[in-house]
Design a protein around this ligand. Structure first.
Ligand SMILES: Nc1ncnc2c1ncn2[C@@H]1O[C@H](COP(=O)(O)OP(=O)(O)OP(=O)(O)O)[C@@H](O)[C@H]1O
Length: 410
């Protein structure tokens, strides 16, 4: 019988050291017959391949026509897994394999893994217990980098009670000038990449006080839509897209737009590896500049203290950001996007890769922001996020002519 492990991790597991150890020593870590050839299926592995692509100027995955960098996150995962399987490893470490995948892609991946589980041994690192693969026959957990074997029965603990923040959100320092009632408007927007239709006739309005969840399958165009609002995607020009009342591409400054939007994407946290303390990281949200050391004002320091106390991170204010757990980093970055009380807050897959309890805490913070402030929210996620209370859901549905969009009740 092929042996397959599920290893429960939480945000204090220090999994990267463990992954390195397993890849170096093979499965001896679990006191197993040594199987030498291992592979890693994880967001980190995707990043490494993207870096290789940039270095060599060509696709790093054999048989891949599209550069990884331009693929949606779900497509990247599928391309990586196919590549790894072709290399015929003895075992594969699956680091939260279902994150970033929509329901159909999750089912497809599950089938593929079940099929391969006859020949390949899997080590699944899972934050969400509902993700555990059906063929798993050994269980363990990681506590601060230390592997502990568990018997199967002891693995059914559930999410803690709904988390609460028992203080009001800190107030804004400045109010934003008059903001249009309609913050974002797409009028009949259609986008092609080369000849491939991605979005088809998208008409969508985000108004003051709205709380949207933007949902859609992998590759349906969610990130493309966000990049039209927040980034400088050239595809946005010539389209009927209005940002804070101004037509995109009519001389608005990127700075002006960014000033009014708080943005956090789960991909962002990996970039901050420098020497920023927790407090510096939060304060940088007032100016949007990480690494630009202007001295914070007394009011900024005071507000920042209020936020850190609310999040339970005041004691860690001098700790380096990169030493926080994933859950704490995401919570802090969400608060950082919010400190200036922007008219619009965009959160792109903020809970990807988080354990159930940490995800519930972040969801509670977002609900609180929606309740206590005038900020409009766009929360992008594949999953119906347990506990999230959006007012409406905008769903992209893929068709051969590009994704169409519709508003569905929350
Ligand atoms: N620069 C590009 N060149 C070619 N194709 C692209 C480019 N950028 C995006 N695409 C394609 O557009 C489609 C939509 O991608 P997008 O990243 O917006 O999807 P998504 O809904 O955010 O997906 P996911 O949930 O997997 O992140 C994908 O099929 C992607 O491969």
């Amino acid at each position: 019988m092929t042996t397959h492990w599920a290893i429960y991790i939480d945000n204090d597991s220090h999994k990267s050291g463990f992954i390195e150890e397993v890849l170096k020593q093979g499965q001896t870590v679990f006191k197993f017959p040594v199987k030498k050839k291992g592979a890693l299926f994880s967001p980190l592995a995707v990043t490494k391949f993207i870096n290789k692509e940039e270095q060599y100027g060509r696709s790093a995955l054999k048989n891949s026509r599209q550069p990884l960098k331009t693929m949606s996150s779900g497509e990247q995962k599928k391309a990586l897994l196919n590549f790894i399987i072709q290399e015929q490893p003895d075992y594969i470490i699956l680091d939260n394999p279902f994150d970033n995948l929509d329901i159909d892609s999750q089912a497809e991946l599950k089938q593929l893994l079940i099929q391969k589980s006859q020949d390949i041994s899997f080590i699944q690192l899972a934050s969400r217990k509902s993700d555990i693969l059906p063929f798993i026959n050994r269980f363990g957990t990681l506590k601060e980098g230390e592997f502990i074997q568990l018997d199967a029965k002891s693995t059914t603990d559930t999410i803690n009670a709904t988390p609460v923040f028992n203080k009001q959100l800190p107030k804004p320092i400045h109010t934003h000038g008059s903001v249009t009632n309609i913050l974002i408007e797409f009028r009949n927007v259609s986008i092609l990449y080369k000849d491939r239709p991605i979005l088809k006739n998208i008409s969508w309005k985000v108004q003051k006080g709205d709380f949207w969840q933007l949902m859609g399958k992998n590759g349906s165009g969610k990130t493309t839509m966000l990049s039209m609002i927040f980034g400088d995607n050239p595809k946005a020009y010539g389209q009927d897209i209005y940002i804070f009342g101004k037509k995109k591409g009519t001389g608005e400054s990127v700075w002006e737009i960014k000033e009014q939007i708080g943005y956090f994407s789960s991909n962002m946290t990996d970039k901050y590896t420098g020497r920023h303390s927790v407090e510096q990281m939060l304060i940088s949200g007032f100016t949007d500049a990480v690494g630009l050391y202007t001295l914070p004002t007394e009011t900024q320091k005071q507000r920042s203290k209020e936020w850190l106390v609310l999040l339970g991170l005041w004691e860690k204010r001098t700790t380096l950001f990169r030493f926080l757990s994933t859950g704490q980093q995401r919570l802090l970055m969400t608060a950082r996007a919010m400190v200036k009380h922007p008219p619009l807050l965009i959160l792109d897959e903020p809970t990807a890769g988080m354990d159930d309890n940490a995800a519930a805490l972040l969801v509670a913070l977002v609900n609180k922001i929606a309740q206590e402030t005038n900020t409009s929210i766009i929360f992008v996620s594949h999953r119906i996020e347990p506990g999230l209370l959006p007012k409406s859901i905008y769903e992209l549905e893929m068709t051969p002519n590009g994704s169409t969009g519709s508003t569905v009740p929350a």
